[in-house]
Design a protein. Structure first.
Length: 291
């Protein structure tokens, strides 16, 4: 077994400590209702000069133009927060303000929100006040935690448990690009059951990142283990936004809206997630979702 008894025990503690999920209410849909045709990108490296995203302000603006053309109205800036890119929250906030001013001056109708993509090991050295400043999209209670591309993170369950006991909701970034998850997407079932949310990369969903990532992404969607699709855009030549293309590839508009608008909107608003849309499965849809 990949998960040993100790890790399995932590996952069970996660599930036991999770409060009963509230039924979605009208309140949970307010932000979405206010933006009926909006697409919200909750993972993008758009801030200039902070990590492996754009090097210049003009490159950042080019990404935002691409986002606007894709129908995106709000982008969460999620610079890496890890040993090789030890982003400071004050610097992140200053770059967000700078980019919003530049976007407004350039007539780009996209609002940039604060955030960060936190390395699991690095975040253990950050206090709660600092973590909340990296809250996803400005929600101090939601953290985007980077899932590694190689190997299974053996301490992930313990880290998630610690964060949850400190009052944070964890969103795992792009696990479908990890080879272990690609081999066995069910590895994430227990985490989702314990209240962890999963963000997929748009380029995985529509196949731009290859068949293995696409197969894993569609398997996670089919299993109910995916909640958000985001771009993880870095520069226009590397994973441009492409949310509309990914949404169209699902051939299921209600689910695509849930992944790119409804759930992101609820996370930004700090309200219960809306119910996932379900409809009677057809052979064609089962084939699309990899079931």
């Amino acid at each position: 077994m990949f998960v040993d008894a100790a890790i399995g025990g932590v996952v069970r503690r996660l599930a036991a400590s999770r409060p009963q999920q509230e039924r979605p209410s009208g309140r949970g849909l307010r932000l979405v209702d206010a933006l009926p045709h909006a697409t919200l990108d909750l993972h993008a490296h758009v801030l200039p000069g902070l990590d492996d995203g754009p090097a210049t302000l003009e490159e950042s603006l080019e990404l935002l133009r691409d986002a606007a053309a894709d129908g995106i109205t709000h982008v969460a800036a999620t610079p890496h927060v890890r040993e090789d890119f030890p982003t400071d929250p004050a610097e992140m906030e200053a770059r967000v303000a700078e980019l919003n001013r530049a976007a407004s001056d350039a007539g780009i109708p996209v609002t940039v929100l604060p955030g960060g993509e936190l390395d699991p090991a690095h975040l253990l050295g950050l206090d709660d006040a600092t973590l909340r400043r990296f809250g996803l999209g400005g929600n101090p209670d939601v953290l985007l935690v980077e899932f590694p591309y190689q190997g299974w993170p053996l301490h992930l369950a313990e880290i998630v448990f610690r964060l949850q006991t400190r009052g944070f909701t964890v969103v795992l970034a792009h696990p479908e690009r990890n080879a272990v998850v690609q081999d066995d997407p069910s590895r994430l079932d227990a985490f989702v059951d314990a209240g962890v949310l999963v963000q997929l990369t748009a380029a995985s969903v529509d196949g731009r990142l290859g068949k293995a990532a696409q197969k894993a992404a569609l398997a996670l969607i089919s299993r109910g283990c995916a909640h958000v699709v985001a771009s993880d855009a870095h520069v226009p030549a590397v994973r441009a936004t492409g949310l509309a293309r990914a949404a169209a590839s699902l051939r299921y508009p209600e689910l695509a809206r849930w992944l790119t608008c409804d759930v992101p909107g609820a996370l930004l608003g700090g309200v219960p997630l809306p119910e996932r849309p379900e409809r009677r499965r057809s052979a064609r849809r089962a084939a699309v979702l990899g079931a």
